[in-house]
Design a protein around this ligand. Structure first.
Ligand SMILES: *[C@@H]1O[C@H](CO)[C@@H](O)[C@H](O)[C@H]1NC(C)=O
Ligand SMILES: *[C@@H]1O[C@H](CO)[C@@H](O)[C@H](O)[C@H]1NC(C)=O
Ligand SMILES: *[C@@H]1O[C@H](CO)[C@@H](O)[C@H](O)[C@H]1NC(C)=O
Ligand SMILES: *[C@@H]1O[C@H](CO)[C@@H](O)[C@H](O)[C@H]1NC(C)=O
Length: 461
């Protein structure tokens, strides 16, 4: 692999293949942070103890490993032998591996990424013969590098993590990462989510140990995109005393509190973003199977009965309230039951975090607001796309609307910071965004939170 600027096509494919909203936004490679002097961290620690920070990535920013068992039935000879080089125990990188842009491998990749809804178990599971795992839980390494072993192709959360390190944070001491299998989701009460629930438990333990390792100082959760929805669920499902003891503040970046209209495009057409050499339908079929993508469809609570999609072929228009009809009409009947039973009850309410929250949101970037499909139906792709305000991926209504309900509650501290012209993933690198994140964290560490919060931006006016 070449050190240097990844080709724009790789970046595009990364974006394309991201099974949902979050894009990796690759940037030129740069070298690993300078080696630390032995004992430096310990010395610093005696002088100054910081509130630990836990980074929770958006969907595409996680890395997944897989291994294949005897149960696996390869769909082609290529899938039987690829990848040739595998690690101990047969593990190899499933997401993200740039070689999936090679056409025959795209198919193997899509097969292995596909989730299945098991109706009897009322839960999702992997494809037969495919085991997956998230490596390096607790570390930020898999959130920072496309290839964490070689520290190549920096991107995603690397700029943010490095910014925190420059501000005095140290990997493994007071800076942690909480990656997860982003294909899975959570479900409404009473429905099992083996993978998603196990993640929340692991995340909760990480929060507790980070706090314990830092003199009992509660943690600051910094979550991007889908990561914010997971963080909120962790808080909502924890007892109040736990939250108070362990979590100082939730800082969300570009979190789609009520889903996004672009997700309907992903379900209907696949989201190829114009990349010519990847089979859109293959990717679309795989994208549809990810439970997290159902989670990110526009929520009725936010989008109401506004028409989001029109199909002249079906003579129908669909609002967020018509999602099961929409899933049916695009030819994804398999999604109807899990959406109706598991996802709709989950997105019906947006529980209060119960800890102070800062929501950073990009605005003023063209964002898909509605779609018109013509006589050719959904297969033919949209005839017309209408854009509105948002961060380029998530609509403004979804970024800020739902938070209004929280700010009505006297006990709930909410701060919303709008960042003009900052995109969904650009928020992880943009100077104004990084400055805001540091401001919030510094204020907490200086024990001056209440006085330093800018009232400068008020998105509720
Ligand atoms: C949309 O919903 C509102 C209330 O939720 C209702 O008053 C209105 O009539 C609805 N509009 C349509 C076109 O159904
Ligand atoms: C849609 O409407 C047109 C004319 O209004 C009609 O010819 C067609 O059969 C209708 N299609 C469906 C699926 O109802
Ligand atoms: C969409 O939902 C509304 C309100 O629930 C309903 O009146 C309408 O018939 C539905 N449309 C479709 C296409 O299902
Ligand atoms: C500052 O620290 C004191 C004592 O540790 C605590 O009681 C107080 O709530 C803190 N203030 C803020 C704004 O965090």
């Amino acid at each position: 692999m070449v050190v240097g600027r990844p080709s724009s096509s790789v970046a595009c494919v990364v974006v394309l293949l991201a099974a949902m909203l979050s894009t990796l936004g690759l940037s030129p490679c740069c070298c690993v942070s300078a080696a630390r002097l032995a004992g430096g961290g310990a010395r610093r620690r005696e002088q100054q103890q910081l509130h630990p920070v836990i980074l929770i990535p958006g969907a595409g920013g996680n890395q997944l490993e897989a291994r294949l068992t005897e149960e696996y039935s390869p769909s082609s000879l290529a899938c039987l032998v690829w990848p040739v080089v595998r690690g101990r125990g047969g593990w190899f990188r499933l997401w993200f591996d740039p070689s999936v842009v090679v056409a025959p491998l795209t198919r193997c990749f899509a097969d292995r990424m596909t989730l299945y809804y098991d109706r009897d178990a009322d839960d999702y599971r992997n494809a037969p013969g495919v085991e997956t795992r998230v490596s390096d839980f607790g570390s930020t390494s898999t959130l920072r590098y496309l290839d964490p072993n070689l520290k190549l192709l920096t991107g995603y959360m690397n700029v943010l993590a490095s910014t925190l390190e420059k501000a005095g944070y140290e990997e493994g001491f007071d800076l942690f990462g909480a990656p997860y299998d982003f294909r899975y989701g959570l479900a409404g009460q009473g429905h099992p989510s083996r993978v998603g629930s196990a993640y929340l438990e692991r995340l909760g333990k990480l929060v507790e140990s980070a706090c314990a390792a830092n003199g009992g100082k509660p943690a600051i959760l910094v979550a991007h995109s889908l990561g914010g929805l997971y963080a909120l669920q962790l808080l909502a499902r924890s007892p109040r005393p736990w939250r108070a003891a362990y979590v100082k503040r939730l800082v969300t970046l570009s979190t789609p509190w009520g889903g996004s209209v672009q997700e309907m495009l992903t379900f209907a057409s696949g989201n190829t973003l114009g990349v010519p050499f990847v089979d859109a339908s293959l990717i679309r079929d795989e994208q549809r199977t990810a439970e997290s993508n159902l989670w990110l469809l526009p929520a009725p609570r936010v989008f109401g009965n506004t028409t989001l999609v029109e199909s002249r072929y079906h003579n129908r228009s669909y609002s967020a309230k018509n999602m099961t009809q929409f899933l049916q009409d695009i030819g994804f009947a398999e999604g109807v039951e899990p959406y109706r039973e598991r996802i709709r009850p989950l997105v019906e309410v947006l529980p209060e975090p119960g800890v102070p929250v800062t929501c950073l949101v990009g605005t003023g970037v063209d964002t898909v607001e509605s779609l018109v499909y013509g006589e050719g139906g959904f297969e033919a792709g949209p005839e017309k796309v209408v854009y509105g305000d948002g961060d380029g991926t998530v609509n403004l209504d979804s970024l800020v609307g739902p938070i209004k309900a929280w700010s009505d509650s006297p006990a709930q501290v909410v701060e919303v910071v709008e960042l003009p012209k900052v995109s969904h993933s650009g928020i992880l690198k943009d100077k104004s965004a990084l400055d805001q994140i540091l401001r919030v964290i510094d204020a907490i560490n200086l024990n001056a939170t209440s006085s330093s919060i800018h009232p400068s931006i008020d998105c509720f006016k």
